[in-house]
Design a protein around this ligand. Structure first.
Ligand code: WQD
Length: 326
């Protein structure tokens, strides 16, 4: 099959491209390079530079490359920014998806994988979040992902398209240093950034109802996440008309304090964190039930938190060599 990966020059998208091509699939990247990097697209993979709002370019690309499946990752993903700019988020994430789906249906592309998020659940009050846990997003970003899932499912049903919405939990790590996340908007890179400029890592609140008082999340290695896409892509190919909704996590909760301890151990900085007030909108605990994908597709994650932090750190010191501790 030939897969079009929208957002394939981004951090997660580039990992998906690599996993699909290593598994013997053909890949074409579609990316506007607003945050993606052309250097992340491997040799031998075509890069089409364009927006998912560009219906004509999409139609030409789907037909021109004989695309038989789409993995759609191109989206805006900053929760705080989505509160400031909801119209921008709805345009890019919902209207962009609608335009893409229209092109996909016209071109009769049979498989569609949608990058969703644990943000669809909002502040879940359960130990493990299953795919049946009610979705109550608390940010425009989460709303656009939930609306996207509805759009994907309804279109799949109407057009006989096999679809999957993958709800990513907290993604970290890198499969290779040059594929690492260059953004500094999630816990691991934020801790690296503080440590390497001589500042203490921050814990946003330690009075949550969790074992050590800090927020608990389900961290997943980006290489595992990418591998899950390969499994799902193959499952869609063998089941036309199917509609999957799957959590992609490890089913293991790790607290912010534990994460910072791991980062200190891996980097050798060993700097005690400081506790600051809670960050508005943070749920105490969001941990996936990873049972459905294991039961239905036989997939499970292989890497643990030290693997994630070690690989992310290799990427960080590749870009900031002075940060390395001997
Ligand atoms: C993790 C935990 C922070 C930095 C977000 C989106 C989610 C998904 C992943 C896209 C939280 C705490 C962080 C720091 C801290 N994105 N923290 N000190 O908020 O769980 O999820 O990114 O799909 O939709 O909401 O991830 O990495 O920002 O934070 O204490 O310096 O670390 O409060 O509890 P989050 P995060």
């Amino acid at each position: 099959m030939t897969w079009l990966i929208t957002g394939g020059a981004g951090y997660i998208g580039a990992h998906v491209v690599r996993a699909l091509t290593e598994a013997g699939e053909r890949a074409v990247v579609y990316d506007d390079l607003s945050t993606g990097l052309a250097a992340r697209v491997p040799a031998g993979v075509e890069l089409v530079r364009g927006s998912v709002l560009d219906a004509e370019l999409l139609a030409r690309t789907l037909a021109g490359y004989g695309i038989t499946g789409v993995v759609h990752l191109a989206a805006k993903k900053r929760v705080g920014e989505s509160v400031e700019r909801p119209l921008h988020y709805y345009r890019e994430n919902v209207e962009g998806l609608r335009v893409l789906l229209e092109a996909v249906v016209s071109a009769e592309v049979p498989s569609f994988v949608f990058s969703s998020s644990a943000a669809v659940y909002g502040m879940p009050d359960v130990d493990l979040v299953t795919e049946e846990t009610p979705c109550q997003p608390v940010s425009p970003y989460g709303e656009t992902k939930l609306a996207g899932e509805w759009l994907v499912r309804a279109t799949g049903r109407a057009a006989g398209l096999a679809t999957a919405s993958l709800r990513y939990f907290n993604v970290a790590g890198a499969a290779a240093p040059d594929l690492a996340d260059t953004g500094v908007s999630n816990l691991v890179p934020m801790v690296f950034e503080r440590l390497t400029r001589g500042a203490a890592p921050r814990i946003f609140g330690d009075d949550y109802p969790t074992p050590d008082g800090t927020c608990v999340r389900d961290y997943i290695h980006v290489a595992d996440l990418a591998d899950a896409h390969v499994t799902v892509a193959r499952a869609l190919r063998s089941s036309p008309g199917t509609a999957l909704t799957l959590n992609i996590g490890r089913g293991e909760g790790v607290s912010v304090r534990e994460m910072i301890d791991h980062v200190n151990a891996v980097t050798g900085y060993d700097r005690a964190p400081t506790v600051t007030p809670r960050r508005p909108g943070d749920p105490a605990r969001v941990v996936a039930s990873a049972t459905r994908i294991a039961t239905e597709l036989g997939w499970r994650a292989r890497y643990d938190v030290p693997d994630m932090i070690t690989s992310a750190w290799e990427g960080w010191i590749g870009r900031h060599p002075q940060a390395a501790r001997s």
